[in-house]
Design a protein. Structure first.
Length: 338
């Protein structure tokens, strides 16, 4: 599978584990051949914590385990941007934090963590407008805040990746692309996720159009898919806790075969653009949710993660995009010859 610009395979590590311990997560990912992971929830002996809550001692323990299991962090899978834009009671449990405080504490903390784990990427979101409101009415407010987050990341030599997801201002590819266009900052890229569009009732053809809209700002891709939903939820609040039909990339209606075939056409150019920001390549980050998912995470288990990886590899093989999974030569490089 020789190709000049292969993609880099990664996964949201907590999805691979039931108890979310670091050892369970890293064992599962290394066993299926991954070399990168994105860090979100993890238990290093003091209970499950979001990455944003890790202590320095816990960070050091994780770094030690990364060396043992041969893993590197692809991105800090932070919840940055999953808060309300305005302090209004809209019937949701979404938190509100004054933005000045948020920028000085949460965003700064995410940057510290990225440096601690030697990654250039921080995943985040485009803020919640009031439930039921038209997201277009809140574009300028979201653009202002995301622009300041992108600048904070840029000043730390990092890149902020904005993920498309239901209920946020940037809930579809066209809105997210418009945010990217208006922010117009080198510290901001977009993160595509087909399943997050399927759950809103978009068709395969509509999802591809949104993919095309996001391409100029693309940074990396989250990989999960979903079975067709009954009817459109566009313009309506999506009950993320009730989403139960996530499937691997070769099983759903997200159109990963067409999307990844199109990615191949501009993969060299995208790789070069990311390289200029110190990013090692184009990540395809597995977030399968095959045992269920919700607003702040999901689970697949070690078997589900393996199934999802094999599904992705089948699509990559079909469209002839190169990738690497650990092999015996990698093992020899670590242990030395016998």
């Amino acid at each position: 599978m020789a190709q000049a610009c292969p993609v880099l395979l990664s996964a949201l590590a907590d999805e691979s584990a039931f108890e979310l311990t670091a050892v369970e997560q890293f064992t599962a990912l290394s066993a299926i051949g991954l070399e990168y992971y994105s860090l979100r929830f993890i238990d290093v002996g003091k209970g499950v914590k979001n990455v944003m809550k890790l202590t320095m001692t816990e960070i050091q323990k994780i770094r030690h385990l990364e060396d043992r299991y041969g893993l590197n962090v692809a991105s800090i899978a932070s919840p940055i941007g999953k808060i309300k834009l305005d302090d209004v009671d809209d019937g949701t449990k979404n938190a509100y934090v004054p933005f000045k405080t948020y920028l000085a504490k949460d965003v700064a903390r995410a940057c510290e963590l990225a440096h601690a784990f030697e990654t250039k990427l921080i995943r985040g979101f485009s803020f919640y407008p009031p439930k039921g409101a038209r997201p277009e009415e809140y574009l300028e407010e979201a653009v202002d805040r995301i622009g300041r987050i992108a600048e904070a990341c840029h000043r730390s030599d990092l890149t902020f990746g904005l993920e498309v997801e239901a209920n946020l201002v940037g809930r579809d590819g066209h809105l997210l692309a418009e945010i990217h266009r208006r922010v117009n900052h080198p510290g901001l890229v977009l993160v595509f996720d087909a399943a997050n569009l399927v759950v809103q009732g978009f068709s395969t053809a509509e999802i591809f159009k949104q993919w095309e809209a996001m391409k100029p700002g693309l940074g990396w891709v989250h990989i999960k898919d979903y079975r067709k939903v009954a009817g459109s939820t566009r313009g309506r609040h999506v009950d993320e806790g009730g989403l139960l039909n996530f499937v691997p990339a070769d099983r759903g209606v997200g159109g990963h075969d067409r999307i990844l075939a199109d990615l191949k056409s501009f993969l060299p150019a995208l790789t070069k653009r990311l390289d200029r920001r110190g990013i090692p390549g184009v990540f395809l980050d597995l977030e399968p949710h095959v045992r269920g998912g919700g607003q702040f995470g999901g689970t697949s288990g070690p078997d589900g993660m393996g199934i999802a990886l094999r599904g992705l590899c089948r699509v990559l093989d079909t469209v002839k995009i190169a990738y690497h999974l650990r092999d015996f030569d990698d093992l020899l490089a670590v242990r030395g010859p016998t």
